[in-house]
Design a protein around this ligand. Structure first.
Ligand SMILES: [Zn+2]
Length: 417
């Protein structure tokens, strides 16, 4: 019988209860477990990919077979964004939804958000779970939720000023955009009451240069947290040490390398999670696609939960192999944000007629500034040869949702998975 990475604090009893429950009632999980023989342990299960859940749903529309209870028990339906494949529908029972609410409240409490806060939600409420779960979490900590959907940035700034908002919740991309609009429209005063920017939906807020850009723009603390539709909200901020903690009271956490073995200390790996309290749509050893550094350092505040000092550092599906090197667009973004005055950017991967893969980085830079320094940062820190194309500020497309800043123009080829 295999065992999990010893550094994980596994609540054994809850794990065995979850395994027993799904073996009895969940057709999808039962077939996975039965294939492993009698009484398998969690660590015996091959890590689960989103693709397997999507394929199950395609074979058994509309909800698939990863359901522990009869359909009438489920009250919430959300779906993944489908940026890397067809969307996945995910159902929650009332009990599971209460679990989401509790986990979001736990995160908000760690972030210092409570009853005296007025929180502007600067997004439109689509089918994605984190918008709705954010509302639930705010209710649980008795903060005031202020929906800002369907508004222009100027209208949002006006509303934030009128109500004296203490926090704004949005994607890091949009936080940068909102701060930019405030300056352009001479509405900087609108952000004066804001003490916290809670970032969601993208890993950007974990990147030190993105964080400091947001913190400068708002004169506020940038709060990161992490979660995903399939596994739930698993990461809460460490205000003292920075980065994130994995909520190990509710998630079994592993960090695995490319061979799905525990990543060595100090190495990057993929976060693999087993949520223990969401039983209606359970995922066991779920491959989140989030890349983190396996640190064995305790955080400076002495919190017990596993600390990710750099938060989420990238996505496995964002990673591109260029001339044999693993390239994370987030690392390029971090370098861009370090250049003072830099604006929007676009990364294009392309092939030269010779067949060699190349990287082009278009970046908005003030006249005459930064391009050479940026090239040096890329070369020295990332070991990348990047063609930098400075463009006039304001010309690259802006988006409020998950940013679309990476273009892959290389001919299609075999990829893993
Ligand atoms: Zn901590």
């Amino acid at each position: 019988m295999a065992s999990l990475d010893a550094t994980t604090r596994v609540p054994e009893k809850r794990v065995s209860e979850l395994l027993a429950l799904v073996r009895e009632r969940n057709p999808f999980q039962r077939s996975r477990l039965e294939a492993l023989g009698p009484e398998p342990a969690l660590a015996d299960l091959p890590p689960l990919t989103k693709r397997e859940l999507v394929e199950d749903q395609e074979r058994h529309p509309p909800f698939g077979t990863n359901l522990t209870y009869p359909l009438e028990r489920y009250t919430q339906l959300h779906q993944t964004s489908g940026t890397t494949g067809p969307p996945l529908r995910v159902l929650d029972t009332a009990e599971d939804w209460a679990w989401w609410r509790g986990r979001f409240a736990h995160m908000l409490t760690a972030a210092g958000v409570g009853a005296s806060d007025r929180v502007g939600l600067a997004y439109s409420f689509g089918p994605h779970v984190h918008f709705w779960a954010a509302m639930e979490g705010l209710r649980e900590v008795e903060a005031m939720a202020v929906p800002l959907g369907g508004m222009t940035s100027v209208q949002r700034l006006g509303t934030l000023a009128d109500i004296g908002a203490t926090a704004v919740w949005c994607t890091p991309t949009y936080a940068l955009r909102l701060a930019e609009v405030a300056v352009e429209q001479r509405l900087d005063a609108a952000l004066q009451s804001v003490q916290r920017v809670i970032c969601t939906g993208e890993p950007g807020a974990s990147l030190p240069a993105v964080r400091s850009r947001i913190e400068e723009g708002f004169g506020a603390t940038c709060i990161d947290h992490a979660g995903l539709t399939e596994a739930g909200p698993f990461g809460y901020p460490c205000l003292e040490g920075g980065g994130l903690h994995v909520d190990e009271s509710e998630f079994v956490c592993e960090i695995l390398d490319a061979d799905l073995q525990p990543a060595a200390p100090g190495q990057r790996g993929e976060l693999v999670l087993t949520p223990l309290g969401r039983t209606g749509f359970p995922v066991l050893r779920y491959r989140t696609g989030d890349v983190v550094v396996n640190s064995d350092e305790p955080c400076p505040a002495g919190h017990q939960d596993r600390w990710l000092p750099g938060g989420i550092v990238g996505r496995t599906d964002d990673m591109v192999v260029i001339r044999g090197m693993n390239v994370y667009p987030s690392a390029i973004e971090e370098a861009v944000r370090r250049v003072s005055g830099s604006g929007e950017f676009r990364i294009t991967f392309y092939s030269e007629p010779s067949g060699l893969d190349e990287i082009k980085l278009e970046v908005e830079l003030p006249e005459g500034a930064g391009a050479r320094g940026l090239q040096e940062i890329m070369r020295q820190q990332l070991g990348l040869r990047v063609r930098i194309v400075p463009v006039t500020p304001g010309v690259l497309p802006r988006s409020d949702a998950k940013s679309r800043r990476v273009v892959d123009e290389r001919p299609s080829r075999w990829t893993e998975g």
